[in-house]
Design a binder for this molecule. Structure first.
Ligand code: GLU
Length: 485
């Protein structure tokens, strides 16, 4: 039916931040566009002046860019379809809504708030759905003109037919029907001269040549109004795809109360953009196999809109954490070392300086043990400062009457050897254990306590090699002194 290359849009209202649900909508639009050789458009739906938030658009664009979702057309692009901020297109909406008035598919309404409130109360009393009663539709052209000449406040409403069936096809949900009896005569132009979402959305989707409207399920009930508008304008209706709701683990609608919803919160908590994008892609879509790990370009190859589910998608933070760890592990040492340096500069070790070479060694020792870069600092503090306290439970379990003596022996051996590699540390300890006829564990455990202060972590020889012979000796001396008191 629509033969040209797809043109899709992400059309957020700028609320101040990018919601993860918005990110999912943006991502599916992006993936669909990239997979089909189409165009991904960002349109800012900022016609609700009451909800205006300073800096919201910039913030939104920044979050999208951080995730790698660069738009082909959007704010700043100069094309025949722009501008891409609805607040800069007000004249366009006015022109089109007047066309509808002309064709009697829309009408002026001068009812004041009291009348509308009274109507609502009466309908409530009769247990009826609250709907405008088309009162102003019967005004003659002259009556309308007089009111307009008197500068009476007005809105323009959609003339919804009494009882007709509006049908459309949804790429995810199949054929959908609504009876217009359920649909209110929607306000199209507000008394402040701004269009409502419905008018602006349809006019722009048409003028921007949108072929597929891919959006959240919460807009499904608005779609019949949009279809009526397309029919009244005599415009081709785009294809629709309504994406499933995002749910909390208790199956309620995803809400701020049960966790973070803003992309920037996840960024701030140290999640990788690759992991967040990968996770969000799986909220309602699978390729049909059990693969879960994807990079953005792999998603482009695999994504099919037809494979998006109808049922709500549960936001499982544990899966996001798991994906974060997976993506972290696949990163190069150099990239991780850079990230660690950045994380350190925001930590209590900000004043200290560590070489890239050193940080690379730390990263390689720790990468399999953490889900977040900041955990390297939290769990591996001994790489950045000398331990001065020793974990009590570990000491109780692993520090024996012989430990201090054995460690002193080890220090003497260390002083007389080179220990340039991890292997050198390993060999030296083994030969000492052999010489003293003890089990290696008898010395390894107290040694770990001395150099790290804790019981777990990467291999002891990794730690020894990374911190280096001189500091190993200092740490052993300090520990022996502290624990022998
Ligand atoms: N402005 C709407 C939103 O905030 C756009 C819905 C649509 O894509 O039609 O989600």
């Amino acid at each position: 039916m629509i033969s040209e290359k797809p043109r899709v849009r992400f059309a957020p209202s700028p609320t101040g931040y990018l919601h993860v649900g918005g990110l999912r909508t943006a991502l599916y639009n992006y993936l669909f566009a990239k997979r089909t050789g189409g165009t991904f458009i960002l349109r800012i739906e900022d016609t609700d002046r009451k909800r205006f938030v300073e800096g919201a658009v910039e913030n939104l664009i920044e979050s999208l860019k951080w995730c790698g979702l660069n738009f082909d057309e959007g704010p700043g692009s100069v094309t025949e379809c722009g501008p891409y901020l609805q607040s800069e297109r007000l004249d366009i909406y006015k022109k089109y809504v007047l066309q509808l008035v002309e064709s009697k598919n829309a009408y002026y309404c001068f009812c004041n708030a009291e009348r509308l409130e009274k109507l609502r109360e009466e309908q409530k009393g009769r247990n009826e759905q609250s709907k405008y009663d088309k009162h102003c539709m019967s005004l003659s052209d002259d009556e309308v003109k007089t009111q307009l000449d008197n500068n009476s406040p007005f809105v323009i409403r959609l003339n919804v037919p009494e009882a007709q069936t509006v049908k459309f096809n949804d790429m995810i949900r199949g054929d959908i029907e609504f009876n217009t009896a359920m649909i209110d005569d929607q306000v199209l132009l507000k008394s402040d001269g701004f269009p409502t979402y419905h008018l602006a959305n349809v006019v722009d989707d048409h003028l921007m040549k949108i072929t597929h409207a891919i959006r959240g399920e919460e807009w499904l009930s608005s779609t019949p109004k949009h279809v009526l508008l397309y029919q009244y304008f005599n415009w081709e209706v785009p294809l629709f795809a309504h994406l499933p709701l995002l749910l909390n683990p208790d199956k309620s609608k995803l809400s701020k109360r049960q966790g973070d919803v803003a992309v920037e919160d996840y960024k701030g908590k140290g999640y990788l953009k690759e992991a967040l994008v990968n996770f969000v892609a799986l909220l309602g879509w699978t390729a049909g196999d059990d693969r879960e790990f994807y990079y953005l370009d792999e998603l482009v190859q695999a994504f099919e809109l037809e494979r998006v589910n109808k049922s709500g998608a549960v936001f499982d933070i544990k899966k996001l954490d798991w994906l974060n760890a997976e993506h972290l592990r696949k990163k190069s040492t150099t990239e991780l070392a850079g990230m660690l340096a950045e994380s350190l500069s925001e930590s209590k070790y900000a004043e200290k300086s560590f070489s890239t070479e050193y940080l690379s060694l730390v990263v390689d020792a720790m990468r399999e043990r953490v889900s977040f870069i900041k955990e390297i600092i939290e769990n591996g503090s001994y790489f950045f400062e000398e331990p001065t306290v020793y974990d009590e439970a570990t000491v109780k379990k692993r520090w024996t009457a012989e430990s201090a003596g054995l460690l002193n022996e080890y220090v003497s051996e260390l002083k007389n050897s080179e220990c340039n590699t991890k292997d050198d540390f390993d060999k030296l300890l083994h030969s000492l254990a052999e010489k003293l006829e003890i089990k290696i564990a008898q010395i390894i455990h107290p040694l770990r306590i001395a150099v790290s202060g804790v019981g777990g972590g990467p291999g002891v020889f990794d730690i020894l090699y990374i911190i280096g012979k001189e500091r190993v000796i200092e740490r052993i001396n300090r520990c022996v002194e502290t624990l022998s008191k």
